[in-house]
Design a protein around this ligand. Structure first.
Ligand code: NAD
Length: 256
C-alpha cells in the first residue's frame, strides 16, 4: 500500500517508534530512522522488509539538527510523505521538585520537535497533495497523572498541535492525527516499573500488575505492533477524511 512513499519516524531506534517504522516498512514504505543507542539492529529489522532504510541521529531537542535531518531525508529519498513525530522522554517528580532542565528537555523533545518537523515537512507534502503526519501523543494528552507535569503539558500540547495542523490542511490531501497509547512496555515505562518495584519492594511482575491496575482496566499493555497497525490505518485511503483525531489505544484508561 505504501510502496514508493517515504516515512520518517523520530525516536525509532526503540519501542513504539520502531514498531511503527516496521509496520510502515511492511507496507512497502522506505524508512528514515532517528534516535539514540544501537542503530544497526533496527536498520537490519527494517531492511528485512525489502525497503530502503536510512538513519539520521538528530537530537530532537536541537532545532538545527532537526533541520539537518529533514534535509537529509529529502536528499536521500526525494521527500518525506509520512512524518511520525514519536521521540519522547519522561521524568516523574512533583512540580516543586521538578528539575528545570528536565522540564525544558521534555517540552523541547516531546512537543517543540513535532512543531519543527511538521513545519519543515508540510511544503513538500502540500506540493504533492498527499501527506500523513502522525503525532504519538499519549493518554496524557487527554487526561493527567500526578508527578508528570512536563509530560502531561507537552502531550496536551501535541494534541492541540495535531488539531491545528489538521485544520490548516483540511482541504488538501495532507492529514494529521494523534495516537494516544496507554501503558506500553518499552524502556520508557520499564524505568517506571523498576522505580515502583524498588520503592515498594515488589517483584518486576507485581510492579507491572500494580502499574496496570492503577490505570488500565484491560490489565494489558498496548503493544508497538498494535500502534503500528493504527499508524498504517491513518496512512490508508480509508483514513483520507480522518483529520485531527486523538485516538486512544489504552485498554479503557480514558473511558473511566
Ligand atoms: P523509548 O524510550 O522506547 O523510545 C524513545 C525513542 O526516542 C528512542 O528511540 C530514543 O532514542 C528516542 N529519543 C529520546 N530522546 C531523543 C532525542 N533527544 N532525540 C532523538 N531521539 C530521542 O520510549 P517509547 O515508550 O517507545 O516512547 C515513544 C513515544 O511514545 C514517546 O513520545 C512517548 O511519550 C510515547 N508514549 C509512550 C507510552 C508508553 O507507555 N511507553 C505511552 C504513551 C505514549
Amino acid at each position: 500500500m505504501l510502496k514508493g512513499k517515504t516515512a520518517l519516524v523520530t525516536g525509532s531506534t526503540s519501542g513504539i517508534g520502531l514498531g511503527i517504522a516496521k509496520a510502515l516498512a511492511a507496507q512497502g514504505a522506505n524508512i528514515v530512522l532517528n534516535g539514540f543507542g544501537d542503530v544497526e539492529s533496527p536498520k537490519a529489522e527494517i531492511a528485512a522488509f525489502g525497503v530502503k532504510v536510512a538513519y539520521h541521529g538528530a537530537d530532537m531537542s536541537k532545532v538545527a539538527e532537526i533541520e539537518a535531518m529533514m534535509k537529509f531525508a529529502a536528499d536521500s529519498f526525494g521527500r518525506v510523505d509520512i512524518l511520525v513525530n514519536n521521540a519522547g522522554i519522561q521524568h516523574v517528580s512533583k512540580i516543586e521538585d521538578f528539575p528545570v532542565e528536565r522540564w525544558d528537555a521534555i517540552i523541547a523533545i516531546n512537543l517543540s520537535s513535532a512543531f519543527h518537523a511538521t513545519r519543515l515537512a508540510l511544503p513538500a507534502m502540500k506540493a504533492s497533495n498527499w501527506g500523513r503526519i502522525i503525532n504519538v501523543a499519549s493518554v496524557h494528552g487527554l487526561v493527567a497523572s500526578a508527578e508528570k507535569s512536563a509530560y502531561v503539558a507537552a502531550k496536551h500540547g501535541v494534541v492541540g498541535l495535531t488539531k491545528v495542523t489538521a485544520l490548516e490542511n483540511a482541504t488538501t490531501g495532507v492529514t494529521c492525527n494523534a495516537i494516544c497509547p496507554g501503558w506500553v512496555l518499552t524502556p520508557l515505562v520499564q524505568k517506571q516499573v523498576d522505580a515502583k518495584a524498588a520503592a515498594l519492594g515488589l517483584s518486576n511482575e507485581d510492579a507491572k500488575k500494580l502499574l496496570l491496575g492503577e490505570k488500565e482496566p484491560s490489565m494489558q499493555f498496548t503493544t508497538p505492533d498494535e500502534l503500528g497497525a493504527l499508524a498504517v490505518f491513518f496512512c490508508s485511503p480509508a483514513a483520507d477524511n480522518v483529520r485531527g483525531v486523538a485516538w486512544n489505544m489504552d485498554g479503557g484508561w480514558t473511558a473511566q
